[in-house]
Design a protein. Structure first.
Length: 332
């Protein structure tokens, strides 16, 4: 506990709290993003997730009750290119599977599990602030570090989703298996994603647009200070399309939300910015050498300026589809 807020110590790059107050902020952000984009997803996955999938597996290894804790070692989800008519093989229907990386409070997982009752929706995070008891039967959570191998077998998921991790990792970070951090994460996603499956990333441009004078001065060093104190490049998300190009052709969209906008969306954005600034309080007080009262006054001015100048933030989403055939098979 630091200044009444709870922080994790596993990933030193992540500087935000992991307490109930932060969970409330994440839940509010979830519904704001859902409203902005009109859905929890932008990739064309409705048909993919609405029905169980016919597959062929070994009768000796088939186990319909396998979950995230056992899929890594189980052979029942191994892919097969053809179906044998031998009695050793059988046809089974399996649910479509969804993965939310860095799931946080788990609200997206719960929402998707409710919307797609035939799908299994998994959420993983290195800090278990997700629900463990009250949840839909088709929602699963497990503690896992995305910077290590994911606890799932190859070609396990039909859709992989990740969002708002701009302040968690850095492409200039240490190497993992001779890959940069982001290369490693994307390679792991590619491994667990089925051929024909979709990956979608949703991110924010963390730089406020059309700021007032106080906000302009205050946030001028944000990118540099995040790099200096936590070695995080918060602007990596500007290259979402390039990052996902390794999967194939990409599609992207963006929405901008103004702080001074009237109605529920504007109020939600205003609350989101205020709560986010509270979550960043420890970082800003330290990086700018401010006293608590100074920070409170600056925050009040920034929120007022945001309404007067109609300052806004832009959210980006980008998705791609993993090819049905690997390039090795095509070239071979």
């Amino acid at each position: 506990m630091i200044d009444g807020r709870k922080y994790q110590t596993i990933n030193t790059k992540y500087c935000l709290p992991v307490d109930e107050i932060e969970q409330d902020r994440l839940i509010n952000t979830h519904y704001m993003l859902k409203h902005c984009f009109g859905s929890n997803y932008s990739a064309p996955i409705e048909g993919l997730l609405s029905h169980r999938i016919l597959t062929c597996t070994s009768n000796s290894s088939y186990n319909s009750n396998s979950d995230a804790s056992s899929v890594k070692s189980s052979s029942c989800f191994s892919s097969s290119t053809c179906c044998s008519l031998s009695s050793a093989w059988g046809r089974h229907t399996v649910p479509p599977r969804v993965l939310d990386l860095c799931c946080g409070s788990g609200t997206w997982v719960l929402d998707m599990a409710t919307e797609f009752p035939h799908a299994e929706v998994y959420g993983v995070d290195f800090v278990p602030i997700y629900p463990t008891a009250i949840k839909p039967a088709n929602a699963f959570f497990c503690k896992s570090n995305v910077l290590q191998s994911l606890p799932f077998s190859d070609s396990f998921f039909d859709y992989v989703h990740m969002r708002l991790v701009y302040n968690c990792f850095s492409n200039s970070d240490r190497k993992i298996l001779m890959l940069s951090v982001w290369q490693f994460i994307l390679e792991e996603i590619k491994r667990v994603l089925k051929p024909g499956g979709y990956i979608e990333l949703r991110e924010i441009n963390p730089i406020i647009q059309n700021p007032g004078p106080t906000a302009s001065t205050f946030f001028a060093s944000f990118v540099k200070d995040m790099k200096r104190f936590h070695n995080v490049d918060v602007m990596w998300s500007a290259g979402l399309e390039q990052a996902l190009s390794c999967f194939g052709p990409t599609t992207s969209a963006q929405v901008s939300v103004a702080l001074g906008k009237e109605g529920a969306l504007g109020e939600s954005m205003q609350r989101s910015i205020k709560d986010t600034m509270e979550s960043y309080r420890r970082f800003f007080v330290r990086s700018k050498r401010l006293g608590p009262n100074e920070y409170d006054k600056i925050l009040e001015i920034i929120l007022e300026e945001g309404q007067n100048h109609e300052s806004y933030f832009t959210y980006h989403t980008c998705w791609a589809r993993k090819p049905l055939l690997s390039s090795e098979l095509v070239l071979g």
